[in-house]
Write a protein that binds this ligand. Structure first.
Ligand code: DC
Length: 222
């Protein structure tokens, strides 16, 4: 039997990673957080002071340093740089501010897209991102497009950041998320767009469990 491949796309803060992680846990398969992969490159660019506009510099960083992606504890997806786990550093404001511009570079995308496809060829996956159903796994078994109101997405991200000890105003975060959505949706390569055959789920006002139940119902695994 082939591998089960589930794609979950959507804008920042729609709850993709929480939902994708939980769906993967319930199905007992690998969760792949592709946003964390782009964030891993952004982290390298902060660490080694490479401008995000400098695609050549980013490509050099990627060949000079080993980014690895693996299954972490309790279903998490772990990113390491040169053998050191950096997952917990990937949500910082510095990384978040850089990642969208960086992810618009076609050759950086090519490299990460290839790594994502490799992961999906080795085992069953739930993969979340912006272009999974359209570019990375256009032939996925199931595709979902998760959305939520901007206000709710900002509130969720704010709570998530506060829980991790980061500070910042809700209004400013809302602006940052809106700007990131615009950039992610308007870039020329692999923009954030709903695949024609994706099922849209609006998670506004729904709990994680409710959204997961909805997905598992579609999969016939409820
Ligand atoms: O889901 P996230 O917030 O961790 O994503 C971080 C950034 O990476 C986001 O601005 C868009 C980009 N991204 C992308 O372009 N393609 C993906 N498959 C995943 C993320």
């Amino acid at each position: 039997m082939g591998y089960l491949r589930i794609a979950i796309d959507g804008p920042a803060g729609a709850g993709k990673s929480t939902v994708a992680k939980e769906v993967a846990r319930r199905l007992g398969i690998l969760y792949v957080d592709t946003g964390a992969m782009y964030r891993g490159v952004a982290w390298l660019s902060v660490e080694y002071r490479v401008q995000v506009a400098d695609e050549e510099g980013l490509l050099q960083l990627l060949s000079a340093h080993k980014l690895t992606f693996a299954r972490g504890q309790s279903g998490s997806f772990e990113v390491s740089a040169d053998g050191v786990v950096i997952t917990h550093l990937l949500r910082s404001v510095e990384v978040s501010e850089r990642v969208s511009e960086l992810s618009a570079h076609p050759r950086v995308r090519e490299i990460l897209t290839e790594r994502q496809r490799q992961l999906s060829h080795c085992e069953s996956v739930v993969m979340d991102g912006r272009d999974i159903g359209t570019v990375v796994m256009p032939d996925a078994d199931y595709k979902f497009f998760l959305t939520a109101d901007l206000a709710e997405r900002a509130r969720r991200r704010h709570a998530e950041l506060e829980a991790k000890g980061f500070r910042g105003s809700l209004a400013q975060l809302r602006e940052t998320i809106a700007a990131r959505d615009r950039r992610d949706s308007n870039r020329s390569v692999a923009p954030l767009v709903k695949a024609r055959d994706a099922i849209e789920i609006d998670s506004t006002g729904k709990t994680v469990a409710e959204v997961c139940d909805e997905i598992l119902r579609v999969l016939g695994r409820d």
